[in-house]
Design a protein around this ligand. Structure first.
Ligand SMILES: *Cc1c(COP(=O)(O)O)cnc(C)c1O
Length: 395
């Protein structure tokens, strides 16, 4: 796709892009809490409805606060277009509904968000979509799965929770050779650390619920890409089916974007320090973090991302019992499945986010019983380490 170059840096765009002041000359972005808009005349109403005149009609179609968020996110991903959705899942649903048809085949990474697999397997397959799952990091596996009716490759990188990294440029070349779309869920990195469209992806998906909000407040999502597929086709599905973002949530995410650059740098710096520290602990058998030189795709991650993000997975001695003991020994880390928050969160994937997988499927995705996921927040590093140390001392 054509990508947009900008004359301003990333942090400046994150604070400024998309804002259009009203006649009130407000400094901060206003929240337009209105479901519909008034017209000057019957003639204007007719012109708006026929599309002869651009402008607001109804907030399922457009809302100024939501539009500001969309334009700002598009500027950060260097994209022509972004559409905001009510959640990350509705961003994925809207993309598939708008761009795929019965009989189309998609190749999907095996290491995607659990609910994404449920959406595909339980709901989309019954409408005639076909899917094959492949190893995120094995290019030959992707290539072998492509069929004449393959229309899209779908993945997350880095993966949740093991931080496997896919080679986006190589997958983009593969997708182009087979005339299919490369769709990347960029939730873990955000555009602050990785811009998949610049590496050849066609569509970027976001769960804004995570780092874009950054403080665990609102659920939302977005689809980012070119003006035809995203600006017309995905938007067309959204305005018809209605999983749109509320203006209040859009405003919250706008405020999140303003600090995204410094937050992602801080999350990444703290996570790197804690990952290196965990790797030294005798009770820790393995650490999965792409910033460590022990990580199999460390060099690729260095090329593709500007930093390694805030999520660490690590395995402790003692299997599930050891992992639960460590989690239960923390005094203030948040035991929750959410991630991307200023607050550090700690999760046991095998019994929560990946609990619905069969034992074999879980083993195939590397989610062992002793594995713990940490979403490193913005607290002092020494305090986070001290709280983890309570549990490590018991193992
Ligand atoms: C959370 C998440 C989603 C789903 O987003 P919601 O906002 O919860 O609907 C999709 N992909 C990834 C990688 C996620 O972490």
């Amino acid at each position: 796709m054509t990508t947009h170059n900008h004359d301003k840096g990333f942090a400046t765009r994150a604070v400024r892009a998309g804002q259009q002041r009203t006649n009130e000359q407000e400094h901060a972005e206003p929240i337009f809490v209105t479901s519909s808009y008034v017209f000057d005349s019957a003639e204007q109403a007719a012109a708006r409805f026929s599309g002869d005149e651009a402008g607001n009609i109804y907030s399922r179609f457009t809302n100024p606060t939501v539009r500001t968020f969309e334009q700002r996110l598009a500027a950060l991903e260097c994209a022509e277009s972004a559409v905001a959705t009510s959640s990350g899942m509705s961003a994925i649903l809207s993309t598939f509904m708008a761009l795929l048809s019965a009989g189309d085949h998609i190749v999907c990474s095996r290491s995607v968000f659990g609910t994404t697999r449920v959406l595909i397997d339980k709901y989309l397959l019954k409408f005639g979509l076909e899917v094959d799952y492949v190893s995120l990091t094995d290019l030959a596996d992707w290539q072998a799965a492509i069929k004449p009716n393959t229309k899209a490759l779908f993945l997350e990188t880095p993966s949740n929770p093991l931080n496997d990294v896919a080679d986006l440029a190589a997958l983009s070349t593969l997708a182009k050779a087979h005339d299919c779309l490369l769709i990347v869920d960029n939730c873990f990195c955000t555009p602050a650390l990785q811009q998949p469209l610049l590496l050849g992806a066609d569509i970027v998906i976001h769960s804004a619920t995570k780092y874009i909000d950054g403080q665990g407040r609102c659920v939302g999502g977005a689809v980012v890409g070119d003006s035809k597929r995203v600006g017309e086709e995905v938007y067309g599905f959204l305005r018809t089916a209605g999983p749109t973002m509320s203006p209040f949530n859009a405003w919250t995410f706008l405020k999140g974007l303003e600090t995204l650059d410094i937050r992602m740098k801080a999350h990444s710096a703290s996570a790197l320090t804690i990952a290196a520290w965990l790797e030294q602990q005798p009770q820790v058998t393995k650490v999965f973090y792409a910033g460590l030189s022990s990580h199999p795709q460390h060099e690729l991650a260095k090329r593709q991302q500007s930093a390694f993000g805030g999520i660490i997975a690590f395995e402790v001695k003692g299997g599930k019992e050891g992992a639960w003991k460590l989690i239960n020994s923390t005094q203030w880390l948040s035991i929750t499945a959410n991630l991307g928050d200023a607050k550090t969160t700690i999760t046991h994937p095998a019994t929560t986010t990946h609990g619905r997988l069969s034992v074999e499927a879980r083993a195939a995705s590397g989610i062992t019983d002793g594995l713990i996921r940490l979403s490193v927040g913005l607290e002092d590093i020494e305090d986070i380490k001290a709280d983890l140390q309570h549990g490590l001392d018991l193992l």
